[in-house]
Design a protein around this ligand. Structure first.
Ligand code: HEC
Ligand code: HEC
Ligand code: HEC
Ligand code: HEC
Ligand code: HEC
Length: 224
């Protein structure tokens, strides 16, 4: 049976004696390229750094409902954000403060009640994740006039949290070099809707002076 496909009739672009060499070389180069791409993609550039990354979560917990409509402050759940490098994900107990009474029968809250009963934590999927070679500190920002919204976007409008902004080195440095427009009073850190009462550049410059801010840009600030 003759193969009629154009591929079968095409002559290889090299003499036949080179065939094994080209094949082996080709495979080698292919694997090498894949390796480099994989390294760049998963090593230096983890998927979780992508803008728009929105993993499914084990419970349909909505920030739009809890932080938006119900107006619960971010720090009720992310309660170490002002004192530590991490914002932390709340333990099941925090949910049960309300949900032992509110919707105690809800289907959607079944994994929460199970976690509470067994003591096994809910396996929330991480959304924002810097590479391990970067040092970041929440408290260094939120106690210095940088609000959550600057780095996470309007979380209070998200049904499911997604990565709204990039976490690239260029992004960090852009603000470290010129933070003025992105500063706010310390009592507005978790207010997602806050707007400067005047030109943000002028207002921010005043805050910068009042808080004596000098964000560092030397490599060891973030790579230690
Ligand atoms: C009632 C508790 C609660 C409140 C209030 C709350 N959160 Fe969360 N937050 C969670 C839980 C639980 C998760 C993990 C599940 C998820 O990602 O949705 C989370 C996840 C997040 C994440 C993603 C973390 C990651 O994996 O990268 C960000 C960012 C975040 N919250 C910011 C905020 C901000 C900003 C506010 C205030 C506007 C806020 N949260 C209010 C409970 C809360
Ligand atoms: C301060 C109180 C409070 C806390 C803390 C709280 N919730 Fe809620 N949650 C509510 C209220 C109130 C509602 C119902 C809102 C409505 O529909 O009127 C609700 C609704 C829900 C629903 C929807 C239930 C359904 O059947 O429609 C889910 C899911 C949920 N919460 C998950 C969580 C999780 C997970 C946590 C912990 C990270 C949490 N909640 C913490 C008050 C709270
Ligand atoms: C200057 C930028 C910036 C600000 C401001 C900021 N975050 Fe984050 N947030 C990040 C980065 C970057 C990560 C990922 C950290 C990592 O991978 O080590 C993160 C991770 C998180 C996480 C996941 C858990 C953790 O601790 O890693 C939560 C929850 C969170 N942020 C909530 C908040 C809340 C709430 C606020 C405001 C009170 C806030 N963030 C302010 C940049 C910021
Ligand atoms: C919106 C502005 C803004 C963004 C974005 C931002 N920073 Fe900052 N950063 C600041 C300010 C303001 C300070 C506090 C400077 C001071 O205290 O003088 C700071 C301080 C820090 C510190 C503390 C340095 C020390 O002296 O210990 C670290 C570490 C840091 N930032 C890392 C990062 C990283 C990593 C990113 C990106 C993922 C980032 N920052 C993004 C504004 C920002
Ligand atoms: C304000 C925080 C900050 C400072 C200062 C900083 N970096 Fe980074 N750097 C990051 C973050 C965040 C990443 C990961 C995200 C990315 O790759 O853009 C990163 C990634 C890198 C990478 C990985 C390659 C890449 O581009 O993805 C190298 C190399 C690097 N930084 C070198 C440096 C050097 C050299 C300096 C000093 C001149 C420096 N960094 C200063 C935050 C910083």
């Amino acid at each position: 049976m003759a193969d009629e496909s154009p591929k079968a009739n095409r002559k290889p672009p090299f003499p036949a004696w080179l065939d094994p060499v080209v094949k082996i070389g080709g495979v080698g180069a292919g694997v090498g390229t894949l390796y480099v791409v994989a390294l760049l993609y998963w090593g230096i550039h983890p998927r979780a750094m992508d803008i728009g990354y929105e993993p499914n979560q084990p419970v349909p917990y909505s920030h739009a409902l809890h932080a938006g409509k119900l107006g619960i402050d971010c720090r009720y759940c992310h309660n170490v954000v002002e004192d530590s490098p991490f914002a932390s994900i709340p333990p099941t107990q925090t949910c049960m403060n309300c949900h032992s009474n509110i919707f105690p029968e809800s289907e959607k809250l079944l994994p929460v009640r199970e976690s509470y009963a067994t003591g096994l934590p809910i396996e929330w999927v991480r959304v924002h994740d810097l590479p391990d070679f970067v040092y970041f500190d929440h408290s260094a920002h939120v106690n210095r006039g940088v609000g959550c919204v600057e780095c996470h976007g309007r979380v209070d409008k998200m049904e499911t949290v997604y990565q709204a902004k990039g976490l690239s080195m260029a992004g960090c440095l852009g603000c470290h070099r010129h933070p003025e427009k992105r500063l706010r009073p310390l009592d507005q850190i978790t207010n997602m809707a806050w707007k400067a009462p005047e030109d943000p550049e002028v207002y921010g410059a005043r805050l910068r002076e009042a808080y004596d801010l000098n964000p560092r840009t030397d490599c060891s600030t973030c790579h230690r």
